[in-house]
Write a protein that binds this ligand. Structure first.
Ligand code: GTP
Ligand code: MN
Ligand code: MN
Length: 619
C-alpha cells in the first residue's frame, strides 16, 4: 500500500514537505514506497496520458518523448546560489540567494495545481554505508519518480531509516515541471515543462538545498544525480574531507586473479560508460563495473581511498551504443528500462543512430513524426531519428558485468585515477604523473579540442575547451578552491597509499592516414584494456616497462598481440612526448586557463607548470 504524509515521522522532513505543499498547492500528495506495484501503476498512468509507449519487443520497457526544448541539461539556467558570489567561482552562474528565492517562490506558487506531489525518500549509495547520504525529492512528474526508482535506492526502506532518527540528515530537493493544470486541463500527451527563460536548476550550497523548476529532463530533474551527488556533494566533500567526483569506477582483474579498482573522469560524451563496461581484447583480463558516472571516495582507516557508486542505475547515452561499442550496456537495457527520445520501430522496439544495424520500414522519430527509415545507420545533423542525447535508464544490477561488490557499503579501495578528454594531438595515449600534485595538475587541465561539429563559431575550432576533472558543470563551489581541496586530500595520506594518477587519451587523430577508421590512431573500446593492463602493473610497482619522460612515466610499449598492423605502426607515435606540443599546452594553460581562478589558484599548480616546463626545456 502506498504511503501518506502520516508515515513521515521525521519532524524536520515533515515540516519542510508541508511548507512546500502550501507553496506548490498540489491536488494530491503521495509518499513513494518504492514498490513494484507503485512503479507499474505510475507507468500505466503515463501510458494512459499518452506520455509513454510500451515497447512490444522488450520486457517491461517504455519510451518517453520530451519536448524539443527539454532534451538536455541547460547550463545557462543552472545556478550555484551561494551567499557570497566568490564562492560560486568564475565558472558557475550565480544569483544572490535572496533574490533567486523570491523569483523561484513566485514560480512555485500554485505550480502543482491539477497534479500530484510525490515525496521520494532516496539514498545515494548502498543502504547502511557510512559514505551514503539521504535526500527527499518532491516532484510533480511521474517520469521523475519512475527514473528515481531505477537510479537511486528509493522508497519505504529509506524513509524507515530517516524516521528512526530525528537527527538523521537529508538533502531537501524540490522539483516541478512548471506546468500547472488549471480547470481540469490535461497534458494532452505532451511532455510538460516550462519555457527556457523560466527554467531554473538551483543549488543553494550554504543550506545544502536544491530547487529545480521548469524542466523534466534527467540531469535537471532527477535531483539525486548531478544536483545532489555532484553539485551539493562536492561542497559536503570539501567540508568533510572526501571526494565527490564525475567518475566511473571499474574492477580490473589480471590473469593471475589479482584485483585493482580504478576510477576515471572523462567529460560527458568521452566514454566513461564505455570504459566501465569494457570487454578486454587481451586474454585473461577482466573488467567489471562498479559505477559509470559518479564516484564518492572517502579515506579508510588504512589511509586508502574507498569509493562507492552513489547511484543504482545507468542513465546512459543511447546513440552510438551497439553490440560492438558497448554490448554490456545494451544487455543492461534489455528489460525494466525507460527509454527517452529514442526512435520507435514498427514492431515496437527502440532504434537509434549507431545501434549497429539499419532500421527497417517506418520509424516514429524522437519528435513523434513517422518517417521512412534511412538506408544507412546515420543521419545528417538535425535530422536524426533519435535525439543525439537520447538516453536509457537501466537498473545497474542488470548489467552482465556488474561486480559482485558493487553495493559493498565499505566501498572499494582505489589504486588508480584516470583523467582524459578528446585530444586529437599533443596528449599521448597514456602517461603517469610524477606525484600526487602533478596528478592534480593533470586533472586541472582536462579538456577536449573544439571541432567544427561541437561549435558554430569557426574561430574556436582547434582550441581546447577545458573541463577540469570533467566536473566543470557539476562543481558546487569555486573551481580554484576545488583544486586546493584535491591538493589537501593528497596531504591526508602517503604516496604509497594514495591512488596513482594517469592521463589517458583514446582520441589521437591522423587525418592523413586513410587506413585508420575514423582517423583515430588508437582502436579504443575493448583495446583500452591494453592500457589498463599497463596501469595495473604500475600500481603493482612493476618498473620493467616504463620510461621516465619530461611529462611523466610512460610505457616503452604495450601488449599489441592481435592488433591490426596499422595500429602497431601508429603506437610509437602516440607513446612519444610531443615536446613542442606540450610547450604550447603549458603556455595555453598559463595564459588562458589558470588566470580565470585568480587568487584561488593553488600555488602548487603553478609550481608544477614550472617543473614540467623545465623538464621540457632539457628534453
Ligand atoms: P556522460 O554519461 O554524459 O557523463 O558521458 P560518458 O563519459 O559516459 O560518455 P558516453 O558514453 O556518452 O560517450 C560515448 C562517446 O565516446 C561515443 O561517441 C563513443 O563512440 C565514444 N568513445 C567511447 N570510448 C571510446 C574509445 O575508446 N575510442 C573512441 N574513439 N571513441 C570512444
Ligand atoms: Mn555515461
Ligand atoms: Mn555524466
Amino acid at each position: 500500500m502506498s504511503l501518506t504524509l502520516n508515515d513521515i515521522k521525521h519532524n524536520k522532513i515533515k515540516a519542510w514537505v508541508e511548507e512546500c505543499i502550501a507553496m506548490c498547492e498540489p491536488d494530491n500528495v503521495v509518499v513513494v514506497d518504492g514498490s513494484k506495484e507503485e512503479y507499474d501503476a505510475l507507468m500505466q498512468k503515463c501510458v494512459n496520458a499518452g506520455l509513454a509507449t510500451k515497447l512490444a519487443k522488450k520486457e517491461n520497457c517504455y519510451l518517453f518523448r520530451s519536448l524539443p526544448s527539454d532534451v538536455a541539461r541547460v547550463e545557462s539556467r543552472t545556478f550555484i546560489s551561494s551567499v557570497k558570489e566568490e564562492d560560486a567561482g568564475p565558472t558557475n552562474h550565480w544569483i544572490d540567494p535572496k533574490e533567486l528565492k523570491e523569483t523561484m517562490k513566485g514560480l512555485y506558487k500554485g505550480c502543482m495545481h491539477g497534479r500530484t506531489m510525490y515525496v521520494i525518500p532516496f539514498c545515494m549509495g548502498p543502504l547502511g554505508s557510512p559514505i551514503s547520504k539521504n535526500g527527499i525529492e518532491l516532484t510533480d512528474s511521474e517520469y521523475v519518480v519512475l527514473n528515481m526508482d531505477i537510479m537511486t535506492r528509493a522508497g519505504k526502506k529509506v524513509l524507515d531509516i530517516l524516521n528512526a532518527d530525528q537527527n538523521a540528515e537529508f538533502v531537501p530537493c524540490l522539483h516541478s515541471v512548471g506546468k500547472p493544470l488549471n480547470n481540469g486541463e490535461t497534458d494532452g500527451g505532451i511532455w510538460p515543462c516550462a519555457d527556457v527563460e523560466h527554467k531554473y536548476i538551483t543549488q543553494f550550497p550554504d543550506e545544502k538545498l536544491i530547487w529545480s523548476y521548469g524542466s523534466g529532463y534527467g540531469g535537471n530533474a532527477l535531483l539525486g544525480k548531478k544536483c545532489f551527488a555532484l553539485r551539493i556533494a562536492t561542497v559536503l566533500a570539501r567540508d568533510e574531507g572526501w571526494l565527490a567526483e564525475h567518475m566511473l569506477i571499474l574492477k580490473l582483474t589480471n590473469p593471475k586473479g589479482e584485483v585493482k579498482y580504478v576510477t576515471g573522469a572523462f567529460p560527458s560524451a568521452c566514454g566513461k560508460t564505455n570504459l566501465a563496461m569494457l570487454i578486454p581484447t587481451i586474454p585473461g583480463w577482466k573488467v567489471e563495473t562498479i559505477g559509470d558516472d559518479i564516484a564518492w571516495m572517502k579515506f579508510g582507516k588504512d589511509g586508502r581511498l574507498y569509493a562507492i557508486n552513489p547511484e543504482a542505475g545507468f542513465f546512459g547515452v543511447a546513440p552510438g551504443t551497439s553490440a560492438e561499442s558497448n554490448k554490456n550496456a545494451l544487455i543492461s537495457a534489455e528489460k525494466n528500462t525507460i527509454y527517452t527520445n529514442c526512435a520507435l520501430t514498427e514492431d515496437g522496439d527502440v532504434w537509434w543512430e549507431g545501434i549497429g544495424y539499419p532500421a527497417k520500414g517506418k520509424l516514429v522519430d524522437w519528435k513523434g513524426n513517422t518517417r521512412d527509415a534511412l538506408p544507412k545507420d546515420k543521419a545528417p545533423k538535425g535530422e536524426e531519428m533519435a535525439h543525439p542525447n537520447a538516453r536509457f535508464t537501466a537498473p545497474a544490477n542488470q548489467c552482465p558485468c556488474i561486480a559482485k561488490e558493487w553495493e559493498d557499503p565499505a566501498g572499494v579501495p582505489i589504486s588508480a585515477i584516470l583523467f582524459g578528454g578528446r585530444r586529437p594531438s599533443t596528449i599521448p595515449l597514456v602517461h603517469q604523473s610524477l606525484s600526487w600534485n602533478h596528478g592534480v595538475f593533470l586533472g586541472s587541465i582536462v579538456g577536449s579540442e573544439i571541432t567544427a561539429a561541437s561549435t558554430i563559431n569557426a574561430a574556436e575550432v582547434g582550441k581546447i575547451r577545458r573541463d577540469p576533472f570533467a566536473i566543470l558543470p557539476f562543481c558546487g563551489y569555486n573551481m580554484g578552491d576545488y583544486f586546493k581541496h584535491w591538493i589537501e586530500i593528497g596531504k591526508k595520506s602517503t604516496e604509497d597509499k594514495l591512488p596513482k594518477i594517469f592521463y589517458v587519451n583514446w582520441f589521437r587523430k591522423d587525418a592523413n592516414n586513410e587506413k585508420l577508421p575514423g582517423g583515430f590512431m588508437w582502436p579504443g573500446y575493448g583495446d583500452n584494456s591494453r592500457v589498463l593492463a599497463w596501469i595495473f602493473d604500475r600500481c603493482n610497482g612493476d618498473n620493467s616497462n616504463v620510461v621516465e619522460t619530461a611529462i611523466g612515466y610512460m610505457p616503452k610499449t604495450l601488449n599489441t598481440d592481435g592488433l591490426a598492423d596499422y595500429y602497431k605502426e601508429t603506437l610509437p607515435e602516440i607513446l612519444k612526448v610531443d615536446v613542442e606540443g606540450w610547450k604550447k599546452e603549458l603556455a595555453d594553460v598559463k595564459e588562458n586557463h589558470y588566470p580565470k581562478f585568480g587568487k584561488h589558484l593553488p600555488k602548487e599548480l603553478s609550481e608544477i607548470i614550472d617543473m614540467i616546463q623545465d623538464r621540457l626545456n632539457k628534453a
